[in-house]
Design a protein around this ligand. Structure first.
Ligand code: AMP
Ligand code: ZN
Length: 497
């Protein structure tokens, strides 16, 4: 393996050596949340993945400008109702109150999972003039047409003239026609089913509306990301990311809009994260196959037997490569819980190791150095966090053996031990973004053991019908943000968030 960073580019469908446009700098855009409902764990997976990518690029010495937007003007639903407005109607709030409420919730969720804030977090509603300008440019270049105050991207013409449409998603025109899911209500206005709205005339009841040369209305679904990435990162920039469910039509249309407005290429590397599943099926609100981050952390869901700390969840996500699907099951989380504890303990043990000044570096020293180099090599291979973690666990085994006396520190150069300590610090906390949390503090499972004792005492009290003691225990735990959950298989506990 080499030292250069390789990443899988969805555009070429190949792993490529990463070459930024400007030496030393990286411009990165990731599609942010739509703030009309609470972020779910699937969203969290995508943002955690890009957080690690952002952290690693920074670690490599790049100055990264990371732009992650907030979609606060709704995407159109198939039934034509704006999601933001639907949220506002259901909750009897101003659309901007809905956006604010869920933006605050989203930031809190990112904080809990230790996701770093991006360099710029632009809002779609704060960039209406830029979006209108982009529509004007696309019209001027002949890749869009106006009908009754709405403006549509002329996909067929764009396809015929540039041959570019479908490159990212790998679809042909027939498929695109079949799959096009723009606002059905206005289907008749479009010249071609694959055309999509870049400006929509607002119906009388539509609250979020802005003046434009064509009508009072609002920008189309995909325009904000083209306009904001261009504004903050330039007409051509390094990286664009999002979940792979956004590849089509969202990202395909972004590429078309960028090219249609200024013959600009937009992103040079496209990166897509794979989906989070729950018990083997795609996490989905509609069929109840979902668990919220709060429920998972508190253990307040039929899908889990106990609560898992945010850091265990983050670790669990890093154990799978970002391009593979990840199945969330209670079993897998339990294994992650153990793995995370082992990692944190390994780190603690490493801190306690003292170098021997007159050590004679031998085969063990060479082996440690090789394993250490391997950690970065794995990350350079398309941010392979599971393999990098596997190398770190091999190092943990050596660390435990050094502590236990099966291996000897007189074979390890003081400098090697220092570098090992630095590597653990940098990778575990700096790049993987894990934090030592108390639930994972110590492999003896102290908290788990104490909680089990309390649960037993409470169960005994309840058998005696001593409700006073039972309530006292519950209330005292609640004050400590610990929650008890009574189920068929007994009582479990979790943390409240
Ligand atoms: P949204 O708020 O729906 O626009 O989604 C925000 C980000 O989360 C996008 O990049 C989506 O592709 C991503 N996303 C949505 N569902 C999942 C999932 N189940 N697993 C991983 N990422 C997802
Ligand atoms: Zn986007």
């Amino acid at each position: 393996m080499s030292n250069e960073l390789k990443l899988y580019n969805s555009l070429s469908r190949e792993k490529e050596t990463f070459q930024p446009l400007k030496e030393g700098y990286v411009g990165m855009y990731v599609c942010g949340p739509t703030v009309y409902y609470d972020a779910h764990l699937g969203n969290c997976r995508t943002f955690i993945s890009f957080d690690v990518i952002y952290r690693y690029l920074t670690h490599l010495g790049y100055r990264v400008r990371y732009v992650r937007n907030i979609t606060d003007v709704g995407h159109l639903l198939d039934d034509g109702e704006d999601r933001m407005l639907k949220g506002a109607r259901l909750e009897q709030l101003e659309p901007m109150e809905v956006a604010q409420k869920y933006t605050v919730g989203f930031h809190e969720m990112m904080r809990i999972f230790n996701v770093l804030p991006p360099s710029i977090e632009p809002r779609a509603t704060g960039h209406i003039p830029e979006q209108i300008e982009m529509v004007q440019d696309i019209l001027k270049n002949g890749y869009a047409y106006e009908v009754n105050g709405s403006v549509y991207f002329d996909t067929l013409k764009f396809m015929q003239q540039t041959g570019l449409y479908g490159t990212l998603s790998g679809r042909n025109v027939e498929e695109l026609m079949a799959e096009s899911r723009d606002n059905l209500k206005n289907q008749s206005e479009k010249r071609h089913p694959a055309d999509f709205a870049i400006w929509m005339k607002a119906s009388p009841e539509h609250i979020m509306r802005w003046r434009s040369p064509w009508s009072e209305g609002f920008p189309g679904w995909h325009l904000e990301c083209s306009a904001m990435s261009t504004k903050y990162l330039g007409a051509e920039f390094d990286l664009h990311g999002g979940g792979n469910d956004l590849k089509f039509p969202h990202h395909e249309n972004e590429v078309a809009q960028n090219f249609g407005s200024c013959q600009c290429k937009g992103a040079r590397y496209w990166m897509h994260t794979n989906m989070l599943l729950l018990n083997g099926k795609k996490m989905s609100k509609s069929d109840g196959n979902t668990i919220s981050p709060h429920e998972l952390i508190a253990g307040d869901s039929a899908h889990v037997t106990k609560g898992y700390s945010p850091m265990v969840v983050r670790f669990f996500m890093l154990q799978t490569h970002y391009r593979s699907t990840l199945d969330l099951t209670d079993e897998a989380l339990q294994a992650a819980d153990k793995g995370f504890r082992r990692l944190m303990d390994g780190h603690k043990t490493l801190q306690s190791l003292q170098a021997l000044p007159d050590a004679q570096p031998g085969a063990l020293d060479a082996e440690l150095l090789e394993l250490m180099a391997g950690v970065a090599d794995e990350m350079n291979d398309d941010f392979n966090t599971p393999k990098a973690l596997a190398r770190i666990f091999e190092l943990v085994s050596r660390i435990n053996a050094l502590k236990g006396g099966q291996l000897s520190l007189d074979q390890v150069a003081p400098d090697t031990l220092d570098r090992l300590k630095q590597l653990f610090q940098e990778f575990i906390f700096g790049i993987f973004g894990l934090q030592n949390d108390d639930a994972a503090d110590g492999d003896d499972g102290t908290l788990d053991g104490l909680m089990q004792l309390i649960i037993d005492i409470r169960a005994e009290a309840r058998t005696r019908k001593d409700w006073g003691t039972s309530d006292k225990i519950r209330d005292a735990l609640k004050a400590l943000s610990l929650q008890l959950k009574d189920g068929k298989e007994g009582t479990s506990w979790g943390r409240e968030v």
